[in-house]
Design a protein around this ligand. Structure first.
Ligand SMILES: [Zn+2]
Length: 71
């Protein structure tokens, strides 16, 4: 079976036109409904550990407490 092969080398112009669409995207930031701190959307809040009105992970304060207990 023949493999499809480009007939012509991509010109500088066409190559650079493609490159113009390749850029960094800024992360979607939102406010936490629990502690009203800016956080990443669709991620648990790192400050209070809440996501969709439910506690899903340890908050920053609880992490600090754990560290103090170890010392
Ligand atoms: Zn929060």
């Amino acid at each position: 079976m023949p493999v499809p092969v480009p007939k012509r080398r991509t010109s500088k112009s066409k190559r650079d036109m493609r490159a113009s669409h390749w850029k960094a995207v800024s992360p979607t930031l939102g406010l936490c409904p629990q502690c009203h701190q800016p956080k990443l959307s669709y991620n648990a809040c790192p400050k209070c550990g809440y996501y969709k009105g439910r506690k899903v992970m340890k908050s920053e304060e609880e992490k600090k407490k754990k560290k103090e207990e170890k010392k």
